[in-house]
Design a protein around this ligand. Structure first.
Ligand SMILES: [Fe+2]
Length: 257
């Protein structure tokens, strides 16, 4: 790690110094940036800001070495604990009974197209009003989260309720930067998060989007989500999200080949 730090940090600092010199940044401007960063820290928005500005770039770098389905950002709302295995539906809040139904289904295969049985898909998405269980408004963390395991033919299928576009927290310094200073917005298109894992396969964190949905292609988090934009299909009134994943061998295995 320290070799990487020695390699990267001086270059990063030189780039920043170059920009400061290019724009002849004044001491007052420097102090203002200084105060701003203290504000980011005080608002506990360091993770939010870093994710909004840089996570998509790290994913782009990762994708250069991917041979299967490309990755996407994880986002801050994954709950790092064992998700309950669900077989038919992600639990939905009773008050969402009238919300649009959704079917999430698809197949997990390897690079040769062979079905991957026993793959685990952690799935999480927002409520029909754009909130995350376990994170916002004391919504019980059991809702709209679950772990699905693929069957013998690599298929999986669960039902849920349709998520919607939502704003990342925008009342603090990150929102100020995006909206007031850069003239951007703080919205994400509706999406479903996935984390696919299977024995001997490289983990894949991804998101599926709704074709034609608001903010698709105009995500405040700069995601490159051209791959898993799912066309609109309705079955018995439910929006079908057909999401297939191609998992490549784990990196250790790739290196050995
Ligand atoms: Fe999300």
């Amino acid at each position: 790690m320290s070799e990487r730090v020695k390699q990267i940090v001086p270059e990063l600092l030189d780039e920043i110094k170059g920009v400061l010199k290019k724009h002849k940044v004044t001491f007052a401007e420097y102090r203002s940036a200084f105060e701003y960063l203290i504000g980011v820290q005080e608002a506990k928005e360091v993770p939010l800001m870093l994710d909004a500005l840089f996570n998509a770039t790290i994913v782009e770098i990762e994708n250069e070495s991917r041979k299967g389905t490309r990755a996407d950002i994880q986002g801050p709302y994954y709950i790092d604990e064992d998700y309950p295995i669900v077989t038919d539906e992600l639990p939905s809040r009773p008050e969402d009974a009238g919300a649009q139904d959704m079917i999430i289904r698809g197949q997990v295969t390897d690079l040769d197209g062979t079905p991957v049985a026993g793959a685990m898909l952690d799935i999480w998405h927002s409520t029909p009003d754009g909130l995350y269980s376990g994170i916002h408004d004391n919504i019980d963390r059991k809702y709209y989260r679950g772990r699905v395991v693929t069957g013998e033919n690599g298929h999986y299928c669960v039902t849920s309720k349709l998520p919607v576009p939502y704003q990342i927290p925008n009342a603090g310094p990150t929102g100020d930067l995006l909206e007031k200073h850069l003239g951007r917005h703080s919205w994400r298109p509706a999406h479903i998060h996935f984390w696919a894992r299977a024995e001997g396969k490289r983990d894949l964190i991804n998101q599926a989007y709704f074709e034609g949905g608001e903010y698709v292609g105009d995500d405040c988090c700069d995601t490159d989500h051209l791959e898993l934009v799912v066309p609109e299909v309705i079955e018995d009134g439910a929006r079908v999200m057909e999401v297939n994943f191609v998992l490549e061998p784990a990196q250790a295995q790739l290196a050995a080949e």
